[in-house]
Design a protein around this ligand. Structure first.
Ligand SMILES: [Fe+2]
Length: 272
């Protein structure tokens, strides 16, 4: 059965501003305050710096024109309001033009810890700060441009790369392991778990391995890939992706490291 969202994106006015309710701003405040507590020691410096550059605070949901003003000045990116989850085609076309899509609703208090569909907290707090860091913003654009040149039958594997970097990437730093993925950094539980827990596997970033790794979207990740520096991502977009994909196909899928249920739409897998 197709997933039906309970959320409806809010329509910006002619100036791009959205009239959020007091309850919606309270949800933002709760999420922002508790997430800021977890940033030191878990989030990478680029993300923490990005929050400052974008001048986000707990008082209210940031307005897109304000975010866009700061974002454009730092890295040339813009946030592009959308109604809901969009098709991969549209998604990568937006990214290729330095536009990051964001649905403009916020989760309810009842779904504070986990919301299936990405909301404005995930997009603004999880993703936007990293986009202020130009090398990362350049990677996100270059990767999307690359995806658009590749046969769509390969897109599921290419989406895995996006998942294990932009959404759930970890980076090695002199201070220790840190998160740079927006899926991690917008989740209070996963921010700590991804960096500190002994439960998940943490593998050295290797593009062929990433292409071979299934994932599940409705639980904390069981595998993370660690880059040594952002230049690993730069190297990736300058590689012969077709050769890497061919090798990944030859070697086949890794076994799932999460509970596997046949036909579960939350599982990104190609076998069985
Ligand atoms: Fe995301």
């Amino acid at each position: 059965m197709e997933f039906q969202s309970q959320y409806i994106a809010k329509t910006p006015d002619s100036q791009g501003f959205i009239n959020y309710t007091e309850d919606e701003n309270t949800v933002w405040k709760t999420l922002f305050e508790r997430q800021m507590q977890t940033m030191p020691g878990h989030a990478c410096d680029e993300h923490i710096r990005g929050i400052e550059l974008l001048r986000m605070d707990e008082h209210r949901i940031p307005q897109l024109p304000d975010i866009n003003d700061s974002l454009y000045k730092t890295s040339g990116w813009q946030i592009y309001p959308v109604k809901a989850l969009i098709a991969p085609d549209e998604f990568f076309k937006l990214l290729a033009n330095r536009h990051f899509p964001a649905a403009t609703f916020i989760r309810t208090l009842e779904e504070l810890d986990y919301v299936k569909e990405p909301d404005i907290f995930h997009e603004l707090f999880g993703h936007c700060p990293m986009l202020t860091y130009k090398p990362f913003g350049d990677f996100a654009q270059a990767y999307a441009q690359l995806v658009l040149t590749i046969d769509k039958k390969e897109w599921p594997l290419l989406q895995r790369m996006f998942w294990f970097t932009v959404e759930f990437g970890l980076i090695k730093t002199p201070q220790g392991l840190r998160a740079y993925g927006g899926g991690i950094l917008s989740s209070i539980e996963e921010t700590v778990y991804s960096v500190k827990s002994l439960v998940p596997q943490r593998r050295v970033f290797d593009p062929i391995s990433v292409f071979r790794t299934p994932y599940r979207i409705d639980m904390k990740q069981t595998v993370y890939y660690i880059i040594n520096s952002y230049s690993d991502l730069d190297t990736l977009v300058n590689s012969k992706i077709s050769v890497l994909l061919k090798k990944a196909h030859e070697l086949g899928e890794f076994e799932p490291t999460f509970p596997f249920e046949k036909n579960n739409p939350n599982i990104h897998i190609f076998c069985c």
